[in-house]
Design a protein around this ligand. Structure first.
Ligand code: 5GP
Ligand code: MN
Length: 319
């Protein structure tokens, strides 16, 4: 494994990109690396390209410097793709990846086949932020970098709850909180706190949820007109699938929202035995064993039928 020191040697311009609809781990890893480079490699010019993140992440240093618009073409010496399971998920910023002189991918998605010149993929790690710490020297991590990386780890582990949490995850998070910041506030304000309209749409999704396969699967869907009614965007729907997952007896939770007529964004979570990454992969998406997603076409019922068929097969081979 190359260190950041060696990856950055002889490099003067760096771009960092993550996945579309960036989550806590994606924003945290991109800004964590951005701050680390700015603090320790001052001669390097670094730019972060990401879709506009949720405003809950605006406390991170550098968040106000993220380029989200239609920017001009630039050829960078080095492009880092972080927390991005496949090249398409870089979205419109893929042009910087394609043009860059050298590309590095650092990721923890089990479905990632490695699309860069240099690939570091560890599906067993909780988060890209945990992985990034392996490339950094602890004493060179500033408190602002630590806040970004800690947020990513906390988000991708469901606040250190999911089975992807290991003693190494906790030790890494411990090293980061030793830098000294209000981690309790970060968790509260970025993970648990929701706006009133988010609470309303969550309530609506839970109310209209349906249990199938003997209560092993729960699903719910939000239509574009519901999103319009409550005045919410896709970002506001984060967390609904986790609420569905904690229903007693459920093995798989499925949450859909309508991207356009007959096109649904699918989020899946499983508890113990179903590999949702494999199912999402079958439908052109990907993710992790216990958390994955894809985009599917058809009516809401077509989508659910197609997914439950795969889930049922896995449940049958399990028993
Ligand atoms: P979420 O359900 O929170 O959107 O995503 C769960 C996990 O699956 C995340 O790690 C996310 O990066 C991944 N994921 C979600 N949708 C897709 C997709 O369409 N393609 C791929 N490759 N990964 C996805
Ligand atoms: Mn992640």
């Amino acid at each position: 494994m190359n260190s950041l020191e060696s990856m950055l040697s002889g490099v003067t311009t760096v771009a960092i990109g993550g996945h579309v609809r960036p989550d806590g781990d994606c924003v945290g890893s991109c800004l964590g690396l951005y701050n680390y480079i700015r603090d320790n490699f001052q001669e390097i010019q670094v730019t972060v390209y990401l879709e506009q993140p949720s405003k809950v992440f605006s406390f991170m240093q550098g968040a106000d410097h993220i380029c989200s618009g239609d920017e001009e073409d630039v050829v960078y010496d080095l492009f880092f793709a972080l927390d991005c399971g496949d090249k398409e998920r870089l979205g419109k910023f893929v042009k910087y990846f394609d043009a860059a002189r050298h590309t590095v991918c650092i990721d923890h998605h089990i479905s990632n086949v490695g699309f860069a010149d240099e690939n570091y993929i560890k599906g067993e790690l909780s988060s890209t932020c945990e992985f990034l710490c392996e490339f950094m020297e602890n004493q060179k991590i500033s408190v602002e970098t630590a806040k970004c990386l800690y947020t990513g780890i906390a988000h991708d582990t469901g606040v250190f709850q999911y089975s992807n949490t290991t003693s190494k995850t906790l030790n890494t998070a411990g090293m980061l909180i030793d830098k000294g910041f209000d981690f309790s506030r970060i968790i509260d304000e970025t993970f648990y706190q929701k706006t009133y309209k988010q609470k309303q749409i969550t309530g609506r999704a839970l109310l209209e949820s349906i249990m199938v396969l003997d209560g092993k699967v729960i699903f719910s869907a939000v239509r574009a007109k519901d999103m319009e009614f409550y005045g919410v965007t896709p970002q506001d729907l984060d967390g609904i699938v986790s609420q569905l997952r904690t229903t007693e007896g459920v093995e798989v939770a499925i949450f859909l929202y309508e991207l356009s007529p007959q096109v649904y964004k699918v989020s899946m979570r499983s508890k113990q035995c179903v590999n949702v990454s494999e199912i999402a992969g079958f439908f052109g998406g990907g993710g992790h064993i216990r958390a994955a997603g894809c985009t599917m076409q058809g009516s809401m019922y077509d989508v659910i039928n197609n997914l439950t068929e795969h889930i049922e097969k896995q449940l049958l081979t399990e028993n």
